[in-house]
Design a protein around this ligand. Structure first.
Ligand code: ARG
Length: 559
């Protein structure tokens, strides 16, 4: 459903300026809530009209703004129109604001916001999102955790907007590091230990062989030799590779389970057939001032070679419209070169490939020391959350407190990670992220759970007649004004793939809801008032849950 008010304002502009309504839709923006009574709800930046060639650029901006504002006539939907500095403000009817937003919420539920006309111009197609991508027998470190939650968010967002999303986990299971592991296993490996604690054993072997290789040249040779055998598809070497790979995949699948809704297709390596040393000239002058090596002199492949093969294979397999890679920012040049080579090979679709880089997480430690495996982080989050929760009364009545603690713990991790721009580094701090107050994932969950229990007890207010005039108080109006922004926030998020817009939106919504919950009682209010308030709270609860799910958070109903 289109936003009723945005349409109505666009239609006024269309009549005044003689363009189609659609030309104005994305220029009309909901205004962030303020404490002012009777504050306007939407604004139009006249600069946007200049930029889009709708108004001539040679005039005086303020004169143009005022002239346009006076041309637009108010009516029973848009009750007030006035010019500000370079912008025009619109205030809509309070009764209609209440009625239309709640009506839309009631009808669209989990589709609220995503059916907005803002998305009409966006192409819906097949999107490959590659994320997580740890390496066999190496640490699943904080960087992989970050890639996992960011990639999951991007995939969820794209999916919610109607794209066909393919999630790929590109396991680092090939290359010289695997040669080292293969050679190492022949020296220090033990099938018994491998069965008992597979990933740990592979990791131990990997650490040991790396140490040995430092002062023993023979090990390095053995590793190169093992890798060469692999690349030539030698049976014995391949067998070991397959075994390690299966073990790892199995174990990772267990670990990933904690992230509900996280599903991957695990990509296997595809062989690229090529002969001779390969170097690709990437300079514009053709003078090799910039180049990339794609084949070693012994004929073995490099990281970028395998990425080329994987990209070509994915294009063939999925015929995607766009592909997104999520890794830390140190791999920026790698992906730049990858896309350049693909373009040079004549694959224009590489223009629709994108690298989403993120910064470092510092100091993600558990009581056992620096994080080694993902389980350790999850265990730590669960244990700490459980301890915090044990002070609460509802926890004692809970059937699966561990389960709730895990979900809330993960939301704390996610929110902390998503608050700032993805590109910046940040310092990890358990105590800060697990606070129940302040802008944390715990606070989001807490607000959601409180609304759930309210609705559980008194209903969602959707039965019987509904009188919008019972929600004209400033608290309710602020919430509704804020909800008007939801589709814009999603739009902004899908433009730059940054989760902070959605996180900020949900935080504000939670703060507004928490104060409304305090000040607008349901219990003890006249029936009609209680019903109207419940309808509002139920709408907020739905949008909170929708947004949290896109972030990758599983909303809990009790905590
Ligand atoms: N496994 C790599 C690492 O741990 C990340 C892989 C990123 N994806 C890619 N297609 N190169 O650093």
């Amino acid at each position: 459903m289109a936003c009723y008010f945005r349409r109505s304002i666009a239609s006024k502009l269309s009549r005044a300026l003689g363009r189609s309504e659609d030309a104005f839709i994305s220029a009309v923006c909901a205004i962030p809530v303020s404490k002012k009574q009777q504050s306007p709800d939407f604004r139009l930046s006249v600069n946007t009209l200049l930029r889009n060639g709708i108004l001539p650029t040679n005039g005086d901006l303020q004169a143009q703004t005022e002239a346009l504002a006076s041309q637009l006539k108010q009516d029973s939907v848009v009750e007030e129109i006035f010019a500000g500095r370079g912008v025009i403000h619109f205030r809509v009817s309070r009764n209609l604001l209440v009625q239309k937003v709640l009506e839309q919420l009631c009808q669209e539920r989990h589709k609220f916001g995503v059916k907005s006309e803002l998305f009409d111009g966006l192409k819906k197609g097949t999107t490959v999102v590659e994320f997580s991508s740890p390496n066999i027998a190496k640490k699943f470190h904080a960087g992989h955790l970050r890639s996992t939650i960011i990639g999951n968010f991007i995939a969820n967002l794209k999916e919610s907007l109607g794209n066909n999303v393919i999630r790929v986990n590109y396991l680092g299971d090939w290359g010289m590091q695997f040669g080292l592991l293969g050679a190492g296993f022949q020296l220090f490996g033990c099938q018994e230990k491998l069965k008992k604690n597979p990933l740990q054993h592979l990791f131990d072997v990997y650490v040991q062989v790396n140490k040995e290789a430092e002062n023993n040249e023979v090990i390095g040779q053995a590793a190169r030799e093992f890798f060469r055998r692999l690349e030539q598809q030698e049976h014995q070497a391949l067998l070991l590779w397959k075994q390690f790979r299966e073990i790892t995949v199995e174990e990772y699948q267990q670990v990933y389970k904690a992230f509900v809704g996280l599903n991957f297709c695990l990509n296997c390596f595809i062989k690229l057939k090529q002969k001779g040393t390969g170097v690709v000239d990437l300079s514009s002058a053709g003078d090799m001032s910039s180049y990339s090596t794609v084949l070693r002199s012994d004929g073995t492949s490099l990281y970028i070679t395998r990425d080329l093969a994987a990209a070509l294979d994915r294009k063939e397999r999925y015929n995607f419209d766009e592909m997104i890679y999520v890794t830390d920012k140190s791999q920026g040049i790698h992906f730049q070169q990858l896309f350049q080579i693909l373009l040079a090979m004549g694959h224009s679709w590489a223009e629709r490939c994108q690298h989403v880089p993120f910064g470092l997480v510092q100091g993600m430690k558990t009581r056992l020391g620096e994080v080694v495996f993902l389980e350790d982080v999850l265990d730590e989050a669960r244990a700490r959350m459980l301890r915090n929760m044990s002070q609460s009364k509802t926890t004692k009545e809970m059937v699966y407190p561990e389960d709730t603690a895990e979900k809330v713990g993960i939301s704390a991790l996610i929110v902390q990670d998503f608050k700032g721009p993805l590109g910046s580094d940040y310092k990890f701090d358990w105590d800060r992220i697990l606070q129940a107050q302040g802008d944390t994932g715990v606070f989001l969950q807490y607000t959601h759970a409180r609304l759930c229990s309210l609705i559980h007890r008194y209903g969602d207010g959707e039965e019987g007649a509904f009188d919008p005039s019972l929600l004209l108080d400033q608290r309710s109006i602020s919430i509704l004004q804020h909800l008007l922004r939801y589709d814009e926030v999603l739009y902004q998020s899908v433009q730059d793939l940054q989760p902070k817009h959605l996180v900020n939106f949900l935080m504000t919504l939670s703060h507004l809801a928490a104060s409304a919950h305090r000040e607008l009682p349901v219990k003890g209010s006249p029936q009609a008032v209680a019903q109207a308030r419940l309808r509002l709270f139920s709408g907020v609860c739905t949008v909170l849950a929708n947004g949290m799910k896109i972030l990758g958070i599983t909303p809990v109903e009790k905590m």
